[in-house]
Design a protein around this ligand. Structure first.
Ligand code: NAD
Ligand code: DAU
Length: 350
C-alpha cells in the first residue's frame, strides 16, 4: 500500500490485536496505528511495550485506554486522530468465562460493535474490518465451513460474536456502512493470555502442574498461527469486497489430545501430567471446527507458517518470556478464575 493511513485497532492490548499492530507497523511503514483497549483482565500494557519502547515504531503508535461501547471515547479518537480504517478485535473472547458470566459478552461483543458501526457512519470512516470467529457457525461433523454455512452458535461467547456480526451485516444493508468481516479458527502464538488451551497448558507444564483435558480430548480445532491470521485480516482490509465475510484458515485440524501430546514432547514432560476431567462445557462443547478459506485465497492470500515450527517457536516464546505470563498468573483475577472454573475438577492438582 502506498498512501498513508491511520488504523484504529480496538483490543490492541490483547493477543491478536497487539500482534496485528506489530504486523501493520512492520508491513506498512507509512501507516500510523492507534490502539484502543479497555485493559480488562485480558489486556495488558506490557503486551504493547515493545511497540511503545522501540524508537522505530513509537512515533507511529499511540494507545488510548477506553471501552468500545463508550461513544464519547470512540467518536473523540476518530476525530482527533483522523482515522481511515477500524479493525475491531475488542471482545470478551473466552468460552469458559462466558459460561460463568455471559452478560459482559453482550456489552462488548454486541453493543460495542454497534457503537463502532455508528461512529463509522457518522464520521465517514473509509472501512471497518470486524474480527469475528469460525465459532459463529457452531460445530461440523464432516466437511468444512464456508462463508455461506448457517450461523448456529452454541455458547454465550459465540452467540455474542454472532450478534455482533449480524449488527455489522444490518448496518451494511441499512446504511451502506463500509464493512468487511473475517472468521478465523483457533489462534496460537506469542502474547496469548494463559487461559486458552495452548498457553494454559504450556504455562502449567513448565511448572510440572497437571493439565485438565476436557472429556475425551477428541474435539478438533482448526489451528492458525497468529501472524497468518494477521496477514489474512490485513488482506481482507485492503482487498476484500465491501459487505463480504471471509474465512481465514490454514487447513490444520488437530484433536486436543494431539496438541497436548505435542506440548508434552516439546517441553519434555511425562504423560502422567495429563488429567482427563469431565467436560466443563457439557453439551455446548463444539466437537469440530473446519475452515474452507478458498474465498480469501481466491483474492490472493495464503498462509505462510508451518504448524510444527510455529508451535515450537510459540513454546520457546513462553519459556523465554516467563515474566510476561507469570505477572498474569499471579493476579487475583486469574487465580480466582482458575479456582472457580477448575477447582472441582483438579482438586489437589489445582
Ligand atoms: P483477547 O481476550 O486476548 O483480547 C481482547 C482484548 O480486547 C483485550 O485486550 C481486552 O482488554 C480488550 N477489550 C475487552 N473488552 C473491551 C471493550 N469493551 N473495549 C475495548 N477493549 C476491550 O482476545 P483475542 O484472542 O486476541 O481475540 C481478539 C478477537 O479475535 C476477538 O474478537 C475474538 O473473538 C477474535 N478471534 C479470536 C480467536 C482466537 O483463537 N483467539 C480466533 C478467531 C477470532
Ligand atoms: O475457533 C476460534 C475460537 O477459538 C475463538 O473465537 C475464541 O476466542 C478462542 O478462545 C478459541 O475458542 P476455543 O473454545 O476453541 O479455545 P480454547 O483454547 O478455550 O479451547 C480449545 C479446545 O481445548 C476446546 O475444545 C476446549 C479444550 N480445552 C481448553 C482448555 C482451556 C481443554 O481441554 N482444557 C482446557 O483447560
Amino acid at each position: 500500500m502506498s498512501s498513508s493511513k491511520t488504523v484504529l485497532v480496538t483490543g490492541g492490548a490483547g493477543f491478536i490485536g497487539s500482534n496485528y499492530c506489530r504486523y501493520v507497523l512492520k508491513n506498512h511503514p507509512d501507516y500510523r496505528v492507534v490502539a484502543l483497549d479497555a485493559l480488562t483482565y485480558a489486556g495488558n500494557l506490557s503486551t504493547m511495550a515493545d511497540m511503545q519502547n522501540n524508537p522505530e515504531t513509537a512515533p507511529r503508535f499511540k494507545f488510548y485506554p477506553g471501552k468500545i461501547q463508550d461513544e464519547t471515547v470512540v467518536n473523540g479518537i476518530i476525530k482527533a486522530e483522523k482515522i481511515d480504517f477500524i479493525v475491531n478485535f475488542a471482545a470478551e473472547s473466552h468460552n469458559d468465562r462466558s459460561i460463568l458470566d455471559p452478560g459482559s459478552f453482550i456489552q462488548t461483543d454486541v453493543y460495542g460493535v454497534f457503537t463502532l458501526l455508528d461512529a463509522v457512519r457518522r464520521h465517514g470512516v473509509e472501512r471497518m474490518c470486524h474480527i469475528s470467529t469460525d465459532e459463529v457457525y457452531g460445530t461440523i461433523d464432516d466437511g468444512q465451513f464456508t462463508e455461506s454455512s448457517p450461523i448456529e452458535p452454541n455458547t454465550p461467547y459465540s452467540a455474542s460474536k454472532a450478534g455482533g456480526e449480524l449488527q455489522v451485516r444490518a448496518h451494511r444493508i441499512t446504511y451502506g456502512t463500509p464493512t468487511v468481516i473475517t472468521r478465523c479458527g483457533n489462534n496460537f502464538g506469542p502474547f496469548q493470555y494463559p487461559e486458552k488451551l495452548i498457553p494454559f497448558f504450556v504455562s502449567r507444564l513448565i511448572d510440572y502442574k497437571k493439565v485438565p483435558l476436557y472429556g475425551s480430548g477428541q474435539q478438533v480445532r482448526d489451528w492458525v498461527y497468529v501472524m497468518d491470521h494477521c496477514s489474512g485480516i490485513d488482506h481482507v482490509l485492503h482487498y476484500g469486497v465491501t459487505g463480504e465475510a471471509y474465512n481465514i484458515g490454514s487447513d490444520c485440524e488437530k484433536p486436543n489430545i494431539d496438541i497436548t501430546h505435542r506440548l508434552l514432547k516439546l517441553l519434555d514432560r511425562p504423560e502422567s501430567l495429563i488429567k482427563q476431567i469431565g467436560d466443563p462445557r457439557g453439551g455446548a462443547h463444539d466437537k469440530r471446527y473446519s475452515i474452507d478459506a478458498s474465498k480469501l485465497k481466491s483474492i490472493g492470500w495464503k498462509p505462510a507458517y508451518n504448524f510444527e515450527e510455529a508451535l515450537e517457536s510459540t513454546v520457546r516464546w513462553y519459556l523465554d518470556n516467563q515474566s510476561w505470563w507469570r505477572d498474569i498468573t499471579a493476579t487475583s483475577d486469574y487465580q480466582q478464575f482458575v479456582a472457580s472454573f477448575y477447582g472441582k475438577y483438579l482438586g489437589e492438582d489445582l
